[in-house]
Design a protein around this ligand. Structure first.
Ligand code: SF4
Length: 222
């Protein structure tokens, strides 16, 4: 095992007190403990982590680190017509995350999910009550996944939006037919939910041709 991975695993165990207890204090053998019933109910918070479902994640080689990224960082085919900047992915950023052994969770593309691939008026569509309803459902699903990783002691490195987008822009967005400072609709709603649930997860906006800024930002955190 290389030193970077073993270091990240140590950090992972340290951040997961219940996992550490399971490592050192449990004498239960596999097959002896009853398997808890799954809880299929999803409360409003989107979180149904129960103590008996807390597991020990240190028994394999996983890094224990994850990051959420805007869908088109990994799949340019989701972009609105004529707006793909690369054939498939943000290669330098993806290469960096692979080197750093961070698991990448691809967010659903909010525009595709709410308005389809052939979408046209993005902001109007997302701000419409029907669009907003779908957007909130998407955010519910995201929150569920986020809560699960946090509950189980994983390190959530952050969320990468896509600067310049009317949906996923973090500090720059498309509004009134031009690029300007501001947030996209999806990121605005997502950050509102994080605030409401008092979750301090850093959000950074990656611009297509400024991936080195995101790599620098991440380097300071990993
Ligand atoms: S910026 Fe967001 S909404 Fe636009 S294509 Fe990428 S993931 Fe989809």
């Amino acid at each position: 095992m290389n030193s970077k991975l073993s270091m990240s695993r140590r950090r992972f165990i340290a951040k997961s007190p219940m996992a550490a207890v399971a490592l050192t204090g449990s004498s239960t053998k596999i097959g002896q403990s009853p398997i808890p019933e799954p809880d299929y109910s999803i409360p409003q918070s989107g979180f149904h982590g129960k103590d008996e479902n807390s597991r020990n994640w240190s028994g394999d080689t996983r890094s224990g680190k994850v990051i959420f990224v805007a869908h088109c960082i990994l799949n340019q085919n989701a972009r609105i017509v004529d707006a793909a900047d690369f054939p498939a992915m943000f290669d330098p950023l993806v290469d960096f995350l692979q080197r750093e052994q961070v698991g990448v969770i691809q967010l659903t593309c909010p525009e595709l999910y709410c308005l389809g691939l052939g979408r046209r008026e993005v902001r109007v569509g997302l701000e419409h009550s029907a669009g907003m309803q779908r957007l909130q459902r998407l955010i519910d699903d995201f929150m569920f996944t986020l809560h699960e990783y946090l509950f189980q002691g994983f390190e959530v490195v952050g969320i990468l939006g896509k600067n310049g987008s009317p949906s996923c822009g973090v500090t720059r967005t498309w509004l009134d037919n031009r690029q300007q400072d501001g947030q996209g609709v999806f990121i605005r709603e997502l950050k509102n939910r994080l605030l409401k649930e008092q979750l301090d997860i850093p959000v950074f906006g990656v611009a297509d041709h400024k991936q080195e800024d995101a790599i620098k930002w991440l380097s300071e955190r990993l």
